[in-house]
Design a binder for this molecule. Structure first.
Ligand code: ZN
Length: 366
């Protein structure tokens, strides 16, 4: 493989006139990284503005931000990789749909030739952010329905603590903060969905014995988000029919999606994906000032508790397998263990009560 082209440039957020110095890297997506800027744009979303060479200005179809650079080689590499780059937005929505349909059509072909997993890996980085956001919203609706519509927990003080924790963890992972929601449910589990959504089921807070244990699970899900595992998993689960539904535009109402939602949570991720998310989590919690190895204990505790529950939803939600092996690897990761904690005891207790104090989430299960 060739090394991805890079260039230096300036990022403008489209709201202020301030120029942010950034490094650009053209991989499967266009990565834009600066001091306060961390973006990765799907190549299908990029739009070039009319400028006098060597100056190039690249915008995003759904964002007011843009980057400028004066690197002819990088501009050529971009033009070669981005089919929609010089398309004018005012031409309307049709070309965009056609492009995306083409991509989906090609991927159906890839699926036929290489099989679903390989096609999913090829397609996942190409999914435009708007499609992924729509997909995430639709899958979340499906999953919440499958879980029996558990209510959202939104205690304001607890939500503030959670938001702070989410911001700290995602910052150490160079990730825009995912959208985290907590729902009252007797399962201890967490799920990452497309569109950087994470659902926490409240018994997880009951099972966590420390803020760092909970943070470990949260950061593990962020690891999946960062690796784009949820999109890949949904594409794999939906297979060709999912890709066809993208072509036909029947994304939200389709029966395909029910199957996708179900399969996506039941199948879980590969061993490698889990290992990578664990490693990302340990590093993130350590860097944020906690004990990344606390993740091992809560993983074991949850697996033990779920094993004791008879049948029901347990098997269906086995989204995080290989526990013993994972716990051993996490414990063996070098770093400090013990005293440090990400939250004060008071904040941790506030966060645990996000579904209301004394609702029995703690200690009800053996
Ligand atoms: Zn996982």
């Amino acid at each position: 493989m060739n090394t991805p082209p890079t260039a230096t440039g300036l990022y403008f957020d489209g709201r202020s006139a301030r120029a942010h110095p950034v490094r650009l890297r053209l991989g499967e997506r266009l990565e834009i990284v600066g001091e306060a800027v961390r973006l990765d744009w799907s190549l299908l979303d990029l739009r070039a503005a009319e400028t006098a060479p060597p100056l190039a200005r690249i915008g995003h179809a759904d964002s007011p931000g843009s980057v400028e650079f004066e690197d002819a080689a990088f501009a050529d590499a971009l033009a070669a990789r981005c089919p929609g780059l010089h398309r004018r937005e005012r031409e309307g929505g049709l070309p965009r749909l056609v492009l995306w349909s083409l991509a989906a059509g090609v991927s159906v072909l890839l699926t036929a030739i290489y099989g679903v997993p390989a096609a999913a890996d090829l397609l996942a980085p190409l999914v435009p952010r708007t499609v992924e956001a729509r997909l995430g919203a639709a899958v979340e609706t499906q999953i919440v329905g499958l879980l029996g519509d558990p209510p959202l927990c939104e205690d304001p003080a607890a939500t503030a603590v959670l938001d702070g924790l989410v911001a700290r963890l995602s910052a150490t992972m160079s990730l825009s903060p995912p959208q985290v929601s907590v729902r009252r449910h007797s399962l201890a589990n967490a799920l990452a969905l497309p569109g950087a959504r994470v659902i926490i089921l409240s018994d997880l807070l009951g099972k966590a014995k420390s803020a760092d244990e909970f943070a470990g699970i949260l950061a593990h899900e962020f690891g999946h988000v960062s690796a784009r595992d949820p999109v890949r998993s949904v594409i794999r689960a939906g297979g060709t029919s999912f890709l066809l539904s993208l072509v036909l535009g029947d994304l939200t109402g389709s029966t395909v999606l029910v199957a996708v939602g179900q399969a996506a949570i039941a199948a879980g991720y590969s061993r490698d994906a889990e290992r990578a998310a664990d490693a990302a989590s340990v590093a993130a919690v350590d860097r944020a000032g906690g004990d990344g190895r606390a993740l091992a204990a809560i993983l074991e505790r949850i697996t033990r508790a779920e094993d004791e529950k008879p049948g029901g939803l347990t098997g269906f939600l086995r989204s995080h397998p290989y526990t013993a092996e994972r716990a051993a690897t996490i414990r063996a990761t070098p770093g400090k263990t013990g005293e440090a904690s990400l939250l004060s005891e008071a904040d941790w207790q506030t966060l645990r009560a996000i579904c209301g104090a004394g609702d029995g989430q703690d200690g009800k299960t053996k």
